[in-house]
Design a protein around this ligand. Structure first.
Ligand code: CP
Length: 306
């Protein structure tokens, strides 16, 4: 694995290797070993052209724990704001001896473009591109599910919400299918869950009860207003009335079902506060596991050169 751009097409062995490696790093935290030398002498450049709290911070923590030098480019104050092109920006940062670029961009495909233009020893990790992919979120979601449920081969997983605009949903679906999850459902109104998603090997449901009944895992997604060009369909209130995950509706899932959300959460829109903060929620565990998963990804790509 030279770059990590998507979970689509990643073989099961690589997905499992990343999760197993991450498990070792979780163990490292538990033993309170703060730093490992895996990326000593390497420079990790965090390039977030779109906002982030969890991904950017956990990449920074992960790189620091692996002893890398971490550079967080402040895009709003960079020369990108003066019109410098993406590839000129990358060429100039490469001249500063970058080893790993962690890239978030609103344009689907931007990390692929960068990966085509960097030197063979440089690695690109997609930290979320448009509505296309968010592979490290997909991986940390798989880590969280495996941690709580073990094997994927008997699981029913429902992904509820704005699947249309969700890079997380796409990365989760590809990873779940590759890891052998037999029952993946995507759930939401027709405006946000188009029927052609069935081509990804998932069941499309437009009623919440049908979608989450008997599920082991319920992944809720944010309504991404910023990708809807001002036309929020349905409105937040309408959405909550039909698809909001409340304690009563969560009873349709299995009693030991876990509730996930990639964040940021719109409380009272896709999920009730009492569910986000409730006993079945693993939302903050997802964030913590993200550190170990991102350590694993950076350690694995850095060990491979083209
Ligand atoms: N889940 C996620 O990508 O969150 P951030 O946008 O805060 O990084």
């Amino acid at each position: 694995l030279i770059h990590l751009l998507s979970t689509e097409g990643l073989p099961r062995e690589i997905l499992t290797h990343i999760l197993d490696t991450a498990a070792n790093f979780v163990g490292v935290h538990q033993r309170e070993v703060k730093k490992l030398p895996l990326l000593r002498g390497k420079s990790v450049f965090n390039l977030f052209f779109e906002n982030s709290t969890r991904t950017r911070t956990t990449f920074e923590i992960a790189a620091t724990r692996l002893s890398a030098d971490v550079i967080n480019l402040d895009i709003a104050r960079s020369s990108a704001a003066k019109g410098e092109s993406l590839l000129d920006t990358i060429a100039n940062l490469s001249a500063m001896a970058a080893d790993i670029f962690v890239v978030r961009h609103s344009e689907s495909g931007a990390p692929y473009l960068i990966a085509q233009h960097v030197a063979p020893h440089v690695h690109v990790i997609n930290a979320g591109d448009g509505r296309h992919a968010h592979p490290t979120q997909g991986l940390l979601d798989m880590y969280t599910i495996r941690h709580h449920k073990g094997d994927f081969s008997q699981l029913s997983v429902a992904i509820v919400g704005d699947v249309l605009h969700s890079r997380v949903a796409r990365s989760d679906i590809h990873a779940l299918r590759t890891l052998g999850c037999p029952d993946v459902r995507v759930v939401g109104p027709r405006t946000l869950v188009p029927p052609d998603l069935a081509a990804m090997g998932v069941r499309v449901c437009h009623e919440l009860e049908e979608g989450i009944r008997g599920c082991d895992v319920v992944i809720t997604l944010r309504l991404q207003n910023e990708r809807m060009n001002g036309a929020l369909l349905p409105s937040s209130q309408e959405y909550f009335q039909r698809f909001g995950l409340t304690p009563e509706r969560l009873r349709w899932a299995k009693p030991d079902a876990i509730v996930m959300h990639p964040g940021p959460v719109n409380r009272g829109v896709e999920i009730a506060s009492s569910v986000v903060d409730g006993a079945q929620s693993v939302v903050l565990e997802q964030v913590t596991f993200g550190i170990a998963v991102r350590m694993a990804v950076m350690g694995i790509v850095a060990a491979n050169e083209a």
